[in-house]
Ligand binder design. Structure first.
Ligand code: B12
Length: 286
């Protein structure tokens, strides 16, 4: 979220994957949210409200009741407002400076400190995904070279993949994840998979540039609950239209990522996971 920007309840709900009813209940029962009110009585939520909801959801996913989770979130806030805000800001800065200086140790240790400071889902949605975004913006506006952007995104990708070891084991529902042919932007998928894993799902990961027709036999062998295909470029979906539609006759299929739109989903006869990878994982798991 752009600093200082306020959200209405519907937008907050979509970003965090929690229904407006639950958000209202968390506001009135636990005081978790402190919206500003406009003259017309409309409630507008801040970046801090969003952060508290994400943390709350994370604690609930770890098995706490809503009231215990809310108590912890509020305690955590009180204890560490200054300390944690400044350490997260330092971590963001270290990620940026380490990328600029091509300093692997600085980038990786910032990543590790982040995982110690925040629950995984919050770390991904609040720091890692925005950082990747920012890399692209800095590259597009000439503030960063392609080499530095590749260096940083490769390091982050390697660390994310390290966290995925063993995510195929267990007993939960299985999701098959991949990007259609031509799509190399796959970093949103491990983030989504890691968030699903936090909800007890298992993941079979095929990553970038996967021919969709080659997913037929894994689908028949593994009987996944869903196949999720992600792409930044919408043509990756339309180029594989026949294959995606055929796959959707065997298994539940969803498309996601910046290239996935409602129109394309409808045309292919599949579902759309719209927007934020971490919130969508929570919605799917729910
Ligand atoms: C890292 C990166 C690369 C890496 C990818 C490495 C990898 N393994 O992924 C490499 C170097 C390979 C690369 C290559 C290219 N890239 Co690039 N890349 C990026 C960068 C910096 C980060 C991408 C990323 O991981 N973002 C993090 C994701 C998760 O954020 P997001 O895409 O906004 O996703 C949000 C939602 O869509 C959703 N989401 C995303 N995935 C998923 C999955 C699921 C399941 C769900 C539910 C939700 C979801 O969640 C996110 C919000 O929470 C972006 C900058 C940016 N703004 O994103 C450019 C960017 C995507 N790249 C861009 C371009 C142009 C290219 C190249 C064409 C460059 C070139 N000339 O070669 C090639 C194309 C390669 C290809 N054939 O696919 C442009 C795309 C412009 C456009 N819209 O078409 C961007 C936006 C840079 C820019 N500002 O111009 N790139």
């Amino acid at each position: 979220m752009i600093a200082g920007r306020r959200l209405r309840i519907g937008e907050l709900s979509r970003r965090v994957g929690v229904s407006p009813e639950a958000l209202r209940a968390w506001e009135t029962r636990y005081g978790l949210l402190t919206p500003e009110r406009t003259a017309g009585g409309l409630r507008l939520f801040s970046q801090d409200d969003e952060r508290r909801v994400r943390l709350m959801r994370q604690y609930i996913a770890e098995g706490l009741s809503a009231s215990e989770a809310a108590r912890l979130v509020l305690q955590h806030d009180e204890r560490s407002t200054h300390e944690s805000a400044s350490s997260i800001a330092e971590i963001r800065k270290a990620l940026e400076e380490g990328s600029d200086a091509l300093d692997e140790v600085v980038v990786l240790s910032a990543f590790d400190r982040l995982l110690e400071a925040l629950p995984l889902g919050v770390a991904l949605s609040e720091v890692i995904l925005p950082f990747l975004h920012q890399l692209g913006e800095r590259w597009a506006t000439g503030q960063m070279s392609v080499a530095n952007e590749h260096f940083a995104s490769n390091l982050i990708g390697a660390r994310l993949r390290g966290l995925t070891v063993g995510w195929g084991s267990g007993v939960g529902p299985l999701a098959i994840l991949g990007c259609p042919v031509g799509e190399r932007h796959d970093l949103g998928l491990p983030c989504f998979g890691l968030a699903l894993r936090e909800h007890g799902w298992r993941i079979a990961y095929f990553g970038a540039d996967t021919p969709v027709h080659d997913l037929v036999s894994p689908v028949d062998e593994l009987s996944p609950a869903i196949v999720v295909l992600a792409a930044i470029d919408h043509e990756r979906f339309t180029n594989a239209e026949a294959e995606i539609s055929a796959l959707s006759r065997r298994v539940r299929v969803a498309i996601a990522g910046a290239g996935a739109t409602a129109t394309i989903a409808q045309r292919l006869g599949v579902e759309l996971l719209d927007g934020d990878a971490i919130a969508q994982a929570a919605l799917l798991a729910a």
